[in-house]
Design a binder for this molecule. Structure first.
Ligand code: GLP
Length: 300
């Protein structure tokens, strides 16, 4: 090696050794900007709008990314058969690890909104965003996913002793108190359903005071660090009684869906018991099922 080259290279190696951490940061940033540059210049399915993630609200980062990607599918920014941006780009744009980006993309596949082709990437499937049974969605999220404006009318919101059915479903002791929230839910001002939710008071003691009844219950719970991660829901058919028919603006005895939901915390504790009546003429139940291929890829 020429003398000048050694003279030039040596300090770099020494400085690299001395500032290893800083170098790895530089490498991370370079990689990040490289991907942004590559995706922008190819004008591939780059993420059209990226809202910065909120790192202080307790909502897992992958979930926030998943929601933004869902919104892009809903709005048509990402259309059927479009490739989902590579995880490297998602990681770079949102400033998260590849693992988090992968988790966000995988969760969309789990929901049936996208599918992966081995060696080719992940693509938007032709899912119609209808009542989605594969994710614990709030009414507010469900409406927004459909491009509809949610609204609620509160019929009552109070603390009371848990009725036997609720006590049994939520494993409460005799005399334990619950919040009982009874609402009519509207999409674009059309009454769609009536919901009666019961949650134990210990779950979020400040709920009665803090919950703005015009907003999402699940969102308020999340802001208090409560995440409903799984739910079991039973659907039956029935006929609207006179009171419900009036609230739903349908003829008495019209066909309705009757949902009974129990939602659970991550540790499997049941914390929400909900009985809902939804209009049969407005709701469609769609179950999207995924078969895992023997090579591990998912199909749309
Ligand atoms: C859905 C569920 C209910 C849940 C509600 C919360 O409608 N079926 O069990 O209580 O969402 O909705 P939001 O967060 O919009 O108040």
């Amino acid at each position: 090696m020429k003398h000048e080259t050694i003279f030039f290279v040596n300090p770099i190696i020494q400085s690299y050794r001395r500032h290893k951490d800083r170098m790895s940061q530089v490498w991370h940033l370079t990689r990040r900007w490289f991907w942004i540059y590559v995706m922008d210049s190819m004008n591939a399915q780059a993420l059209p709008q990226v809202t910065p993630l909120d790192r202080g609200n307790g909502i897992p980062l992958y979930h926030q990314i998943q929601r933004q990607l869902m919104e892009q599918i809903r709005s048509g920014a990402l259309r059927q058969s479009d490739p989902v941006p590579p995880v490297q780009e998602i990681a770079a744009r949102y400033g998260v690890s590849l693992m988090t980006a992968r988790q966000a993309v995988r969760s969309l596949c789990d929901l049936g909104l996208t599918y992966s082709r081995q060696g080719k990437g992940t693509f938007v499937s032709n899912t119609k965003l209808e009542k989605n049974f594969r994710q614990v969605m709030s009414f507010t999220e469900e409406m927004k996913t459909r491009g509809t404006t949610p609204k609620s009318k509160v019929l009552s919101f109070r603390i009371q002793v848990a009725p036997a059915e609720v006590r049994k479903a939520l494993n409460l002791s005799a005399g334990e108190k619950v919040f009982r929230l009874h609402r009519v839910r509207y999409g674009d001002n059309v009454p769609l359903g009536i919901e009666c939710s019961c949650l134990p008071v210990w779950l979020c003691p400040a709920l009665l005071k803090d919950y703005d009844t015009a907003s999402s219950l699940y969102r308020t719970l999340e802001l208090h660090g409560v995440f409903l991660m799984t739910a079991s829901e039973v659907v039956e058919v029935g006929r609207a009684n006179a009171d419900d028919a009036k609230l739903l603006r349908i003829a008495p005895r019209s066909p309705v869906f009757l949902f009974t939901r129990i939602s659970f915390l991550e540790d499997g504790k049941p914390v929400e018991f909900v009985k809902s009546t939804y209009r049969g003429d407005r709701y469609k139940i769609v179950n999207r099922l995924t078969r895992v291929r023997s090579d591990g890829a998912t199909t749309p």
